[in-house]
Write a protein that binds this ligand. Structure first.
Ligand code: ADP
Ligand code: MG
Ligand code: MG
Length: 267
């Protein structure tokens, strides 16, 4: 029952692949609620694949309730656009903070990683795989808390190990995905390991020259060719190594994250 006329539109907050994201306020004297409108242009949401993505994003997000996951309040469309009504993450993208700082302290990193793990654990218990965990898709709430966003790549995982699509972002892709093997929730755990490395070290763990394509990066991923900078503590290295295991079933389970020394030391 929502239409664009129900909102005052504010400043653009970011640019998505298929349209812009705006700050907005519900026109109401009693409850002038602040939220975010993610606008998708129908012209660009034309292929079957993208339609599936948008449908999934809406379907998945609408059922989720967790302090570390962006809420979807509702959605509507007009003749040319689809609008998602999203919870505002007041402090924007984690990616921007990281770019500004270069890298985060281990304390700050571990607090972010713990919150991402908490959100992911909830997602996985709802049989959903996010498939695109990376700093660009992690937002920050007004108190600096993590809010997982952008569920465009998410999928249901009813029968574990049924998916084979190569999804997500090059440097966050798991070895089983690179190898075209069936994969499941453990790809998000791999991505959490890549994230931990990137937040603490300020660079991607499997970076390589991509001018001739993704081959070299894929190679480093499939060999789990990890090199740590000298400043990284032993606890951080151990934590990252527990997540970045080639064998998906050997990766640290998300509900054990909270018990790891690297997390406990920084609570
Ligand atoms: P896409 O699916 O096209 O990548 P995103 O959902 O990632 O689009 O949104 C694009 C950008 O808009 C984000 O990177 C972020 O800067 C901003 N943005 C999206 N959702 C929110 C939100 N809930 N709160 C604040 N900023 C947001
Ligand atoms: Mg995005
Ligand atoms: Mg998306």
């Amino acid at each position: 029952h929502w239409t664009l006329t129900n909102f005052d539109i504010g400043r653009p907050l970011g640019k998505g692949h298929f349209g812009k994201v705006y700050l907005a306020r519900v026109k109401s004297k009693t409850d002038p609620f602040i939220l975010v409108l993610k606008c998708l242009t129908k012209d660009e949401v034309i292929t079957k694949e993208v339609q599936t993505q948008v449908r999934r994003e809406i379907e998945v997000m609408q059922q989720l309730r967790h302090p570390n996951i962006i809420r979807l309040y509702g959605w509507f469309h007009d003749s040319t656009r689809i609008f998602l009504m999203l919870e505002l993450a007041g402090k924007g993208e984690l990616y921007k903070q990281l770019a500004k700082k270069g890298r985060f302290s281990e304390r700050r990193s571990s607090q972010y990683v713990r919150q991402v793990a908490s959100g992911l654990s909830y997602l996985h218990s709802s049989q959903i795989i996010h498939r695109d965990i990376k700093p660009e898709n992690l937002l920050l709430g007004m108190n600096g808390e993590i809010k997982i966003g952008d569920f465009g790549w998410s999928v249901y995982s009813p029968q574990e190990n049924s998916q084979r699509t190569l999804a997500g972002t090059l440097s966050y892709v798991s070895p089983e995905m690179v190898l075209g093997q069936p994969y499941g929730k453990a790809i998000d755990i791999w991505a959490l390991g890549v994230l931990t490395y990137e937040l603490t070290c300020g660079e991607e763990p499997f970076g390589a020259d991509t001018s001739h394509g993704p081959r070299l990066v894929h190679q480093r991923i499939c060999r789990c060719d990890l090199r740590f900078p000298s400043f990284l503590t032993t606890e951080a290295r151990t934590f990252i190594q527990l997540l970045l295991r080639l064998n998906p079933s050997e990766r640290l389970s998300l509900n054990q994250v909270d018990q790891q020394p690297w997390i406990l030391n920084h609570l």
